[in-house]
Design a binder for this molecule. Structure first.
Ligand code: GLA
Length: 384
């Protein structure tokens, strides 16, 4: 049994006495490309990473829910399975609580349970630490209740938890990567019908590493900024008379410019061009391999910085410094306004890029970034 499994089981024994019924895991994600396209029914290309949340769970017969995190100082949180309320859930417990709430909303009877969380997905880094928790909990409860939901249903259940319980108007990318990822592959997802193709992404095989640069900043307008971008996209779709921006073609953009105010037009242009960049990236990966996607990463970042306006100085610094030091392509990843950037770096330049990024942050007086490499890992599953 691996150290990670033993660790969460050990923590369970200490918190609750006795053995868990099982241990489930779900990873965080990075998005290679396709940002803010998911809620526009477009395309995304994330992958599950080798950093994950693990939950050890044991069903209880009295309807009580007890939650403990190895990272927290909050002790054991207590809730009731039959009446999960947002105002009762504090800190990270809002995520398991949201999953219970969303499962119950689907008519699934969720029993009480004891749960210990142990996660190595860094918090607030834009790597979907919250979705990793939700997907691990949803996988555990799906099995323990015999609900038998398939991956697309689990995706919608965790999205419902996020949107209606946690209160974040997010799309389906993060949980799709976490639930449906596979080692060695990126998840090419059509967010309109949830169809998935797994596309091989072997950076090391091409002499490259995928370097994550966690800026360790989360700007205070992150929540409002995300919601306002989503609202602008919905407005754009309405004015252009389409169901979602997915239905706007590149060739429609000239006409769109005449119909939309400048800001809304630039939001729309980002989404429409980003969808195309995802398709181009998938094609490049299939025909030429990882190095060929670099120009699309750069173009995606520029589009997010200039048209969608969700980058920030720290993210731009991460991208520019890594590119100047030898990265062949780089972009911010995730919702924006902080969090992480990814850079595709020749293995022999990794140390130099790390040093250059750290130096650029220090020169500007920014907090030291966290730098680490990731590779595509398996999605959510039972471990024990
Ligand atoms: C966050 C959301 C996703 C997606 C990205 C932006 O990660 O949770 O649904 O919208 O931002 O691409």
């Amino acid at each position: 049994m691996s150290w990670a499994i033993e660790h969460v089981i050990g923590a369970f024994r200490e918190a609750f006495d006795g053995e868990p019924d099982g241990v489930w895991t779900a990873p965080g994600r990075v998005n290679l490309i396709g940002e803010h396209t998911d809620y526009n029914e477009g395309f995304v290309l994330p992958f599950a990473i080798d950093l994950a949340a693990r939950v050890a769970v044991r069903v209880r017969s009295d309807g009580a829910i007890r939650l403990f995190s190895t990272a927290g100082s909050e002790g054991v949180a207590k809730l009731s399975a039959s009446e999960v309320r947002r105002e009762d859930a504090r800190g990270w417990s809002v995520y398991p609580a949201g999953v219970v709430w969303a499962l119950r909303e689907r008519g699934i009877r969720v029993p009480g349970f004891d749960l210990v969380l142990d996660s190595d997905v860094p918090l607030g880094a834009g790597l979907s630490s919250s979705h990793a928790i939700e997907c691990a909990v949803a996988s555990a409860l799906n099995e323990l209740t015999g609900a038998g939901l398939d991956a697309p249903e689990l995706v919608l259940t965790t999205q419902r938890a996020e949107n209606a319980f946690v209160g974040a108007p997010t799309g389906i990318m993060d949980q799709s990567a976490s639930l449906r990822g596979e080692a060695g592959h990126a998840v090419f997802l059509d967010c309109r019908d949830q169809s998935v193709e797994l596309v091989p992404f072997d950076a090391p095989g091409a002499g490259l590493v995928t370097l994550v640069i966690d800026t360790r900043v989360a700007h205070s307008h992150a929540d409002g900024g995300y919601a306002s971008r989503r609202a602008a996209c919905e407005l754009g779709a309405e004015v252009l008379g389409v169901k979602a921006l997915r239905d706007v073609a590149l060739g429609d953009l000239d006409e769109a410019r005449a119909l939309l105010d400048d800001t809304t037009f630039r939001r729309v242009r980002h989404v429409v061009t980003e969808d195309q960049r995802v398709l181009d990236t998938v094609q490049a990966l299939r025909t030429a391999g990882p190095a060929a996607i670099a120009p699309y990463l750069d173009a995606s970042h520029a589009s997010m910085r200039d048209d969608f306006e969700i980058s920030c100085d720290e993210l731009d610094t991460a991208v520019e410094a890594s590119r100047a030091a030898g990265a062949i392509g780089a972009r911010m990843t995730g919702g924006g306004f902080g969090g992480s950037a990814i850079a595709l770096v020749p293995a022999e330049d990794e140390a130099g890029v790390r040093d250059a990024v750290s130096a650029a942050f220090s020169e500007r007086g920014y907090r030291a970034p966290r730098l680490f490499t990731v590779s595509p890992a398996d999605g959510a599953r039972r471990l024990a």
